[in-house]
Design a protein around this ligand. Structure first.
Ligand SMILES: [Zn+2]
Length: 104
């Protein structure tokens, strides 16, 4: 699994966490253009086809062993940020019913 996942990296949009190419930019093109309904999102991985499949297996395929890698990366990349911002819980974005049907 590990070789197929791509970390979001350090140069990301401060609003949505999407990787961006311009290191001087704070926001991606979408966040610069659209008013978002959330304050901030942290992305750990790039949302590639492989990552989508890994997330699906983790959430719905009983691949609990993935949690160790996800937790290790989360702590490594966002541990200080989590502590500094006193984050009490991290939750996955739930998959809605219609989308789940496309994976079955
Ligand atoms: Zn963005």
């Amino acid at each position: 699994m590990q070789e197929k996942i791509k970390l979001a990296g350090k140069v990301v949009c401060l609003k949505c966490g999407t990787p961006i190419k311009d290191e001087r930019a704070e926001l991606c093109e979408n966040c610069a253009r659209i008013k978002r309904q959330f304050t901030q999102v942290k992305a750990l991985y790039q949302y590639t086809k492989d990552m989508k499949e890994s997330m699906y297996r983790f959430k719905y395929g009983n691949r609990r062993c993935y949690a160790k890698t996800f937790a290790k990366h989360s702590i490594h990349y966002y541990g200080d940020w989590i502590k500094d911002n006193k984050i009490e819980a991290i939750i996955p974005v739930p998959m809605y019913k219609e989308k789940k049907k496309t994976w079955i």
